[in-house]
Design a protein around this ligand. Structure first.
Ligand code: PHE
Length: 417
């Protein structure tokens, strides 16, 4: 069913029953959209990096260092274990990640590099790059997107510059022997090892710095709200939502780094905040880009609108032209071993994208049906086709649709209705 080894760049990886990465997905590696001068994601990156470079300096030098060229191939240890993500956490599921094998995957978030950079001795840094998640197919979801993650650490003398009597850690916590202490997160306000003062001060920095960042992006008057959240690697945790075109839009996740992570990685005298923000959603909102696939466009009509632009320029994307979409349905009977509830939608989505490529605009589950007599289970999906740069003919769509039918028949043992 799969090749014994998989070659990615210079390296060969063994494959196993976890392998679910497809050639289509591999083709997105090394595109480095976030570093391309004429890509909107790169403009958003520059704005955010400039904000951190200019707002936080020491002796005239930026405090934050930037890592924007780290390989997306990571271990399950980096992506999950180091971040205290439990063995049975849903985010590890094969249906949600692109696995190269059971211990190697394409990072699902930039936080995957947090521990190694802390271990290397860094205290303030940004991690920027492409991340990979199996998900639905529509105008705002793509299996690859881009994130900026950050860590800011503070020592007692930095955090409590004017209050040398205050401490980061509770007296009951011995930071020279952190493993003798069970750090609890049952209090929603703070981790048990931290003092209230340290947590609150760090929380205030985190929130102020992030509001500063969204103001640089969306203007001084942007409406926002903080929403309590949960991440295994931070406590307390929040999401920041901004009010954009009559909707609350989730922009980022953040929180105070779990002390276990810092202790495992090295520093035992700091408290840190961390956040992660997706670039696509920001770029789409800022530049009025209607479809996430456009950021992958190599069409000069698209790229020219972002070329040689100052990162702070106000750009409103003008569609080169709108080509019609074309919708074909695909209904099929599932094999007796599968039910409408156990069929993995994401497997189907990947197959559709593998065959159809970037002309797949959306795949919608239209209908689930159980035959009253035969009890056979059936699913119907609508596949929306649209080329971003030209009109597709019905004949062309039908041919690809048929190829999808044939491949799905083979892959899932289904019977097309
Ligand atoms: N990694 C989280 C995500 O991808 C974002 C996050 C980063 C949250 C750092 C908290 C701290 O959703």
């Amino acid at each position: 069913k799969y090749l014994a080894t998989l070659r990615i760049g210079e390296k060969e990886y063994r494959t196993d029953e976890y392998t679910n990465i497809t050639p289509k997905i591999l083709s997105y590696l090394n595109r480095n959209l976030h570093l391309k001068k004429d890509n909107p994601l790169s403009l958003v990156r520059q704005r955010i990096v400039n904000y951190f470079y200019s707002s936080f300096t020491h002796g005239g030098n930026p405090i934050f260092s930037v890592y924007d060229n780290v390989s997306p191939v990571v271990s399950t240890k980096q992506n999950f274990d180091d971040l205290l993500i439990p063995e049975d956490h849903p985010s590890r599921a094969k249906s949600d990640c692109y696995y190269i094998n059971s211990t190697t995957l394409l990072r699902a978030h930039m936080t995957a590099h947090q521990s190694e950079l802390l271990r290397a001795g860094l205290d303030n840094f940004l991690m920027i790059g492409d991340v990979y998640r199996r998900d639905e197919i529509d105008s705002t979801h793509f299996p690859v997107f881009h994130q900026i993650d950050a860590v800011r650490s503070q020592r007692k003398e930095q955090l409590f510059e004017n209050h040398p009597d205050l401490d980061i850690f509770e007296p009951s916590f011995d930071r020279t022997n952190p493993h003798a202490y069970t750090n609890s997160i049952s209090n929603p306000i703070k981790q048990s090892c931290h003092t209230l003062e340290a947590t609150k001060l760090m929380e205030a920095q985190l929130k102020n710095h992030l509001i500063g960042m969204v103001r640089v992006l969306f203007g001084e008057d942007i409406k926002y709200r903080w929403v309590d959240a949960y991440f295994p690697f931070t406590h307390p945790s929040w999401e920041l939502e901004i009010y954009y075109e009559k909707n609350w839009m989730e922009t980022l996740g953040c929180g105070i780094v779990r002390n276990e992570i810092l202790a495992n990685a090295g520093p035992n005298n700091t408290i840190a905040y961390a956040f992660g923000i997706g670039l696509e959603r920001l770029a789409m909102a800022l530049y009025k880009i209607p479809d996430i696939r456009l950021v992958w466009s190599t069409d000069s009509g698209f790229l020219a609108q972002f070329q040689n632009k100052n990162a702070n320029a106000n750009i409103v994307y003008k569609p080169v032209s709108i080509y019609p979409q074309c919708t074909n349905d695909l209904s099929f009977w599932l094999p007796p071993t599968t039910t409408i509830d156990t069929f993995t939608n994401n497997d189907f989505y990947d197959l559709v994208r593998d065959i159809g490529g970037d002309i797949i605009e959306q795949v919608k589950l239209k209908d689930k049906f159980i035959h009253p007599k035969t009890k056979k289970h059936s699913l119907c999906y609508s596949i929306v086709y649209r080329h971003l740069e030209r009109t597709l003919t019905q004949a062309e769509v039908n041919k690809i649709h048929k190829e999808i039918e044939d491949a799905a028949t083979k892959a899932f043992n289904i019977v097309v209705r």
